[in-house]
Design a protein around this ligand. Structure first.
Ligand code: ATP
Ligand code: MG
Length: 394
C-alpha cells in the first residue's frame, strides 16, 4: 500500500498576506531536514506532501518532529478515486486496528466526484460497522478518526494525526543572538525563540583558565541539541577573562555581577550588529537571582537599545526544567563544569542596583578597549544537526 506524509499548516494558515512566504520557508526547511532521504516534496496552499520509501518512515518522523511550523501531520494511504477502491482499502486498513468508536470525515477537494461528503461519511461508516465487530459511531469524541480526502485521480485515507512541534518556520523572522551559558535556562530560551521563527547564533562567554574546556564542550553539546531544530547554528566564543578579572579587581564586589552583565550586553550589541542580529535572547527569569530583579534588569539593560527577548522570563524553574528535559538539554546542563558567571559570584550581589552607582563603578577601568579586544578574538564554530566543523573568524 502506497503512503504519503501529509502536513497541515495549522497556525500558518492564519497569516493571510504572508502565507506564501511562510509556506515557502517551511518547504525549504523540510527539504533541508530531509536531504539525506530519497523523498519528493510538493506543496499547495493548504498542505505539503512528502513521498517517501517505507523503510525511511521512522527516521523521517524523527526529523519532522524538529521542524517548527508543522502543527500536525498524517501518514495517508493513497488510493484510486473510485468508491470501490476506497471501500476495499478501508476494509483492509481497519482489519488490524483496535478501536471501539470511530467517526468518518470526508473532504471533497474534487467537486466533480459525484457523491457528496456527507453521503460518503454514511457509506464508509456502514462499511466499517459491517466489517468490524463491536464498534460504534461517536461523532463527538471518537477513538479513531477516519479521514478521506477526495482528489481528482488519487484520494487519501488517513487516521489520527501526529502532533508536530508547532510554532513558525525558522527564517520567517530575522536572526537573533542567543546568550548561551551551560545552565538550564538559556538553551530552553533558544528553543522557544526558534519556535517563533527566529534563526539563532549562539554566543558563549568564557573565562579560561577560571573556566575549563569541559565547560566549553558542554556549550558545544547544547548547541548541537539546538541545531537539531534548525539547519545549523553558529557558536561564537568570547574570551571574557580580562574583562572579568578587571571588574573584580576594580569594582565594588556587590556591583561586580551588575557590571559584568552590562559588559556582556555591550558585547552582545556589537556582535548583533556584526552578525546581522535583530535581537538579543537570553535565559533570564524574573526574580531568579540578584541580577534578574526588575531593578537589576533595568540597570543592566540601560547599555543597549537592542530588543532583548527573555522567553522564560515568567516561567517557574520547574516549567523550564520540564522543557529542558523535553528538548534533551537538561542532562547536559546539569553537568558540573563551572561557567564564568558561577566562578565569580560575589557574596552579596546587589539586588536593587542604582544606575548612577553602576556607571561610577565602570569608570574605574578602561573597558572599551577590552571589549574591542574581545571582539577581535572571537572564535566561531559552525554546528550542524549531526556534525560539527571549526571555522576561523575572518
Ligand atoms: P541557570 O540555569 O543555572 O540559571 P543560567 O544559564 O540561566 O543558568 P544565569 O546566571 O541565570 O545562568 O544567567 C542568566 C542568562 O545570562 C543565561 O540564561 C544566559 O542567557 C546568560 N548567560 C549567563 N552566563 C553566560 C555565559 N557564560 N555565556 C553566555 N551567556 C550567559
Ligand atoms: Mg538562570
Amino acid at each position: 500500500m502506497k503512503r504519503i506524509i501529509l502536513i497541515k499548516y495549522g497556525e500558518l494558515s492564519t497569516k493571510k498576506g504572508n502565507k506564501n512566504f511562510f509556506i515557502n520557508t517551511l518547504y525549504e526547511n523540510v527539504k533541508n531536514k530531509l536531504k539525506q532521504f530519497d523523498v519528493s516534496i510538493f506543496k499547495d496552499r493548504s498542505r505539503m506532501y512528502i513521498e517517501f520509501h517505507d523503510s525511511d518512515l521512522e527516521e523521517i518522523k524523527i526529523k519532522l518532529d524538529c521542524v517548527f511550523g508543522i502543527h500536525m501531520y498524517h501518514i495517508a494511504y493513497i488510493v484510486d478515486t473510485s468508491i470501490e477502491s476506497i471501500k476495499k482499502l478501508l476494509v483492509e486498513l481497519i482489519r488490524d486496528l483496535s478501536f471501539k468508536t470511530f467517526k468518518v470525515e470526508t473532504k471533497r477537494s474534487d467537486k466533480s466526484f459525484s457523491i457528496h461528503s456527507q453521503d460518503m461519511n454514511h457509506i464508509l461508516g456502514s462499511v466499517v460497522l459491517k466489517n468490524k465487530v463491536g464498534v460504534s459511531v461517536d461523532v463527538h469524541n471518537p477513538e479513531l478518526f477516519i479521514k478521506l480526502e477526495i482528489r481528482e485521480t488519487y484520494s487519501y485515507v488517513y487516521f489520527n494525526a501526529y502532533r508536530g512541534v508547532g510554532g513558525y518556520p525558522i527564517g520567517t523572522q530575522p536572526k537573533g543572538l542567543l546568550m548561551l551559558s551551560g545552565g538550564i535556562d538559556s538553551p530552553v530560551s533558544g528553543y522557544l525563540a526558534m519556535k517563533r521563527g527566529i534563526p539563532i547564533d549562539c554566543v558563549y562567554f568564557e573565562a579560561i583558565p577560571h573556566t575549563s574546556l569541559d565547560a566549553r564542550n558542554k556549550v558545544i553539546e547544547l548547541s548541537k541539541k539546538l541545531a537539531k531544530y534548525s539547519n545549523k547554528v553558529q557558536l561564537h566564543i568570547i574570551n571574557f577573562t580580562q574583562i572579568q578579572e578587571e571588574i573584580y579587581k576594580n569594582c565594588h564586589s556587590n556591583y561586580c555581577i551588575t557590571i559584568m552583565r552590562r559588559m556582556m550586553y555591550r558585547i552582545m550589541e556589537k556582535m548583533a550588529n556584526k552578525y546581522h542580529g535583530f535581537a538579543i535572547i537570553n535565559g533570564e527569569s524574573v526574580g531568579q537571582v540578584a541580577s534578574q530583579t526588575l531593578t537589576s534588569m533595568r540597570v543592566i539593560n540601560e547599555v543597549t537599545c537592542m530588543p532583548i527577548l527573555r522567553p522564560v522570563a515568567c516561567f517557574d524553574k520547574l516549567e523550564i526544567i520540564d522543557l529542558a528535559k523535553k528538548i534533551g538539554t537538561y542532562d547536559i546542563s546539569i553537568l558540573p563544569y563551572e561557567d564564568c558567571c558561577t566562578v565569580f559570584v560575589p557574596k552579596h550581589p546587589v539586588i536593587n542596583p542604582s544606575l548612577e552607582q553602576a556607571k561610577k563603578e565602570e569608570k574605574k577601568f578602561d573597558f572599551m578597549s577590552m571589549i574591542d579586544k574581545a571582539l577581535d578574538e572571537v572564535v566561531t564554530i559552525e554546528i550542524f544537526d549531526d556534525q560539527q566543523q571549526f571555522l576561523e573568524l575572518l
